[in-house]
Write a protein that binds this ligand. Structure first.
Ligand code: HAM
Length: 423
């Protein structure tokens, strides 16, 4: 026997009923984005590698070790999208959208990161995210944060916590960086190898280290709050005041620093303990310098992305597997003649927008009813030789376990009466 081929490590197939939960999340996310005035953007799955090197930053985990990069047949370096923000900015510049004023865009789709797979961490995962460009005001930060929070709130995820922080801008960050370096340098030998490697290049990232060895040094590290310049301090205060005004519950957490280089000022994450080490189900923030660094005009921007796998894991942990509601009609024809009578009825039901299922082989009624259960049908429409003789069909309510008889009339009339009988 030839060896079976399996899905690549860190990827998942989505099959019913799980795919229906994805569809439900996608439509709720789309509806919410529409309520906030965001339109959908779709960009290619792969882009020039340079976009992510420049956009996400050379010292980030993503660019250093997680990109799916390949040479195409013309020897150009291409990379599967590891995140959406840089491609969205690329597309906005390419289509001159920024010249039209502020933009509000959302997206849903896969990202690819060559990470070590574990609970909540995949090599292909999916994000729902938004990008809002053109507003420097704190109200835009709050708009984006509220949109993310609304989605979490609408699923009633009790243990989700919104954490915000400010990581300053080019005026105050160098000062803070120096302070961090002064703090970590004397303790270099005690830090984890990862932290040691990072400290000179990106000392901010040490703050979200998950290594136990680093914990005491992280806990005693200077806080950004004391180093923010006046403009950043005011911005952060206004973000907090506006979140208070809108009753969005949050905590200021100096350890939220984010793993991508483009952030300025406000950063935030929504975290949940139910996810273990991969606690962030959503992350984002302001990125006022990215658009210019990708060759566009100086434009303030803010956005977030939510990991859909992690989100659904939490929804299930919080609410248990959802109760599947039954819908539609299983047409059960016992014998060739009965099936022939039912086929046009099924076709008519589908035209009327009623889910209708039918099997084509000769089996016992019980086997057909099992199939109806598997299909999640609410009703079974049963026709055998007896029914054919009496010109009647049995309509069984599979939830209430009750039968009624309907005249076996012309398919369109029967379908219409079925719609009436099953509402
Ligand atoms: P990020 O923090 O890298 O930010 O990703 C956002 C979310 O995507 C994470 O909180 C997590 O839920 C999910 N995620 C990321 N990688 C994986 C993975 N390997 N497996 C499962 N889930 C994952 C960004 O991507 C930014 N582009 C967000 C943003 C938009 N900032 C501004 N605008």
């Amino acid at each position: 026997m030839p060896e079976k081929i399996t899905a690549p490590r860190g990827t998942e197939d989505l099959i019913p009923p799980q795919s229906a939960r994805w569809q439900a999340l996608e439509s709720r996310a789309r509806a919410l984005a529409r309520c906030f005035g965001y339109g959908e953007i779709r960009t290619p799955l792969f882009e020039a590698t340079e976009l992510f090197v420049r956009g996400v930053g050379e010292t980030t985990d993503i660019v250093e070790k997680e990109m799916y990069t390949f040479l195409d047949k013309a020897q150009r370096s291409m990379t599967l999208r590891p995140e959406w923000t840089a491609p969205v900015v690329r597309a906005m510049l390419e289509h001159h959208l920024l010249a039209q004023g502020p933009q509000r865009l959302y997206y849903i789709g896969p990202i690819f990161r060559y990470e070590r797979p574990q609970k909540g961490r995949y090599r292909q995962s999916h994000q729902f995210g938004v990008e809002c460009t053109g507003y420097a005001e704190p109200a835009a930060d709050v708009e984006v944060i509220s949109l993310a929070w609304e989605l979490v709130r609408s699923y009633r995820i009790a243990d989700a916590a919104l954490k915000i922080n400010s990581i300053g801008d080019e005026t105050c960050r160098p000062r803070y960086r120096e302070a961090l370096l002064e703090h970590f340098r004397p303790n270099l030998a005690q830090l984890s190898p990862d932290a040691q490697r990072r400290v000179e290049r990106n000392p901010l990232r040490l703050l979200d280290s998950k290594e136990e060895r680093d914990a005491p040094f992280v806990a005693s590290a200077p806080r950004f709050e004391a180093y923010l310049c006046d403009a950043c301090r005011e911005h952060f205060a206004a973000v907090r005041a506006t979140l208070d005004l809108l009753d969005v519950p949050y905590r200021v957490d100096p350890r939220v620093v984010r793993g991508l280089d483009y952030y300025t000022r406000t950063v935030f994450e929504i975290q949940s303990g139910a996810l273990g080490a991969q606690s962030a189900l959503c992350g984002g923030g302001r990125y006022d310098g990215l658009i210019r660094s990708l060759g566009g005009p100086q434009t303030p921007a803010v956005g977030f992305a939510l990991g859909m796998e992690r989100f659904l894991m939490i929804v299930e942990a919080a609410q248990g597997a959802p109760i599947e509601t039954r819908a539609g009609i299983q047409a059960i024809g016992l014998g060739v003649q009965a099936r022939a009578a039912l086929l046009p009825v099924v076709a008519e039901l589908r035209r009327l927008g009623v889910p209708a299922f039918m099997d084509y082989e000769d089996r016992k009624l019980l086997a057909h009813l099992k199939t109806a259960d598997r299909n999640g049908a609410r009703f079974a429409l049963i026709v055998g030789s007896e029914e054919l003789a009496s010109d009647e069909a049995v309509l069984r309510d599979l939830e209430l376990r009750a039968d009624r008889r309907l005249p076996l009339r012309e398919p369109r009339v029967l379908a219409a009466s079925l719609v009436e009988a099953t509402i």
